[in-house]
Design a protein around this ligand. Structure first.
Ligand code: AMP
Ligand code: MG
Length: 436
């Protein structure tokens, strides 16, 4: 386990007072480590969890060559270029789940349904709608017009989806609906996943009201509690909700040490800006190995990061819980969460996913932007009349204005070196897509 100073020494040009977004991500990826604690869960409980081991296919999928169409199975070797092929239809039908019993004579075909096992010796299926029927003395015959098929058409090969013994799913993959279905198709009732990350959250600040408290002049309701709860839940974390903690050293110390004993990570909001007259920063410094940063970004400049050990004699990770001390402003909380906390938590969850791809969309407006910091603007991406993607900002971009966040479907990322934006410029957008 490295101290913050050791990590800082590894980074080129580390200046806690002027970090770029890229440096923050680099620092955090060196600070956090996956929680290596696997459990086995039934499929219904495994959605959204991260696989702790490769899942190896216990058999070939599909287990037999089978038909991809309703039609007639035949020997593709009999096809002659430029000529129609006539075949006698054998008795019976090959059904999905009920193999055709019998042996095919030369010049015969077998009526077959989608998913049915290919009768021995037959490798090609002609879809029903391609054939002409006629009755003859020896029964029904079909005629396949020339030029429609090649040998092997409309047949799914044994093992073409998944070969026995090869990984069907990889360690570090998050279990999506498709991956759950794939695991089920392999007959696996349970899956090995990492235990959920436990993340404790509390808001700080004497002006913060909990819901249910009477309004008071100068006080605001605690919205960060709910945005953080929502973002952590979407990520599949176990949220330890600790409400609002008053600006009182004893209360803050008790909250931090309880969080460090119960959680893998602690998120706080408020009290990390320069010139804060509260005890939050002092308590972080007293209890743990914590750095206070100023990040070249907007919104969300101040942030505290570090590790807080559980109090002696208390349970918890002896290495300490990772601390993310976020600024207080509601949009700054969401942006710093999305940009920095989320990738770090995913790494702690053992998720190997690449960062989500940025979407390219043309700006419908000019945007002022200073080079030398990363700006995140709340945006709405839509389809223009010509079918291309366009993006506009959603109103006031003040770091406390949640309304423009609530109206957005993505964050426009104006990169560190980027300057002013003109109408029609192509911009990068980080889509929310149910993530936040
Ligand atoms: P701070 O980072 O503590 O200086 O807070 C910056 C601004 O965010 C102040 O206007 C606070 O009132 C506001 N703020 C801090 N915490 C919260 C919260 N939990 N919910 C809503 N607003 C908050
Ligand atoms: Mg404050």
């Amino acid at each position: 386990m490295k101290t913050l100073d050791q990590i800082a020494a590894e980074l080129q040009g580390y200046d806690p007072q002027a970090l770029s977004a890229g440096q923050v991500l680099d620092f955090l990826s060196r600070l956090v480590a996956p929680v290596q604690d696997a459990v086995s869960l039934p499929l219904f409980e495994a959605l959204g969890r991260v696989l702790a081991e490769d899942v190896v296919s216990p058999f070939d999928v599909p287990p037999h060559d089978n038909s991809a169409m309703d039609g007639f199975a035949f020997d593709g070797g009999r096809l002659v270029p430029g000529a129609a092929l006539e075949l006698r239809v054998a008795e019976g039908t090959a059904l999905a789940g009920k193999a055709w019993q019998g042996s095919v004579q030369p010049g015969e075909c077998v009526k077959i349904m989608t998913g049915a096992i290919m009768p021995p010796g037959l490798d090609t299926v002609v879809p029903q709608e391609f054939v002409k029927f006629h009755e003859s003395a020896d029964g029904t015959r079909i005629s396949i017009p020339p030029g429609l098929l090649r040998a092997g058409d409309n047949r799914r090969l044994r093992g073409e989806d998944l070969a026995q013994g090869l990984p069907a799913l990889r360690k570090g993959e998050t279990l999506t609906p498709a991956r759950l279905g794939l695991a089920a198709s392999l007959g696996l009732p349970t899956l090995p996943v990492w235990r959920p990350l436990r993340v404790a959250y509390f808001s700080t600040g004497d002006e913060i009201l909990s819901l249910g408290e009477a309004p008071r002049e100068g006080a605001v309701y605690d919205s960060n509690r709910y945005t953080v709860f929502g973002m952590l839940s979407r990520l599949g974390c176990q949220v330890i909700d600790m409400g609002v903690v008053r600006d009182d050293p004893a209360l803050l110390e008790a909250a931090f040490t309880e969080a460090a004993a119960r959680a893998d990570a602690i998120i706080t909001s408020g009290g990390v800006s320069v010139g804060e007259a509260d005890f939050t920063k002092a308590m972080m410094k007293k209890l743990g190995d914590v750095a206070f940063w100023r990040i070249a970004m907007r919104p969300g400049r101040p942030m505290a990061v570090g590790r807080i050990p559980p109090a002696s004699g208390q349970a918890g990770n002896p290495n300490g819980a990772i601390l993310f001390g976020l600024p207080g402003n509601p949009v700054a909380v969401m942006v710093t969460f999305l940009a920095f906390v989320r990738p770090a938590l995913l790494q702690m969850m053992g998720a190997g996913a690449a960062p989500p791809p940025l979407l390219k969309a043309r700006s419908t407006e000019a945007i002022r932007k200073k080079a030398g910091r990363t700006e995140y603007q709340r945006g709405w991406v839509s389809t223009a009349v010509d079918g291309s993607l366009q993006v506009k900002t959603t109103g006031s971009q003040g770091s406390g204005v949640l309304r423009s966040m609530a109206e957005a479907n993505g964050l426009i990322v104006l990169h560190h070196a980027q300057g002013n934006v003109a109408v029609g410029d192509e911009l990068d957008v980080l889509m929310f897509d149910g993530v936040i």
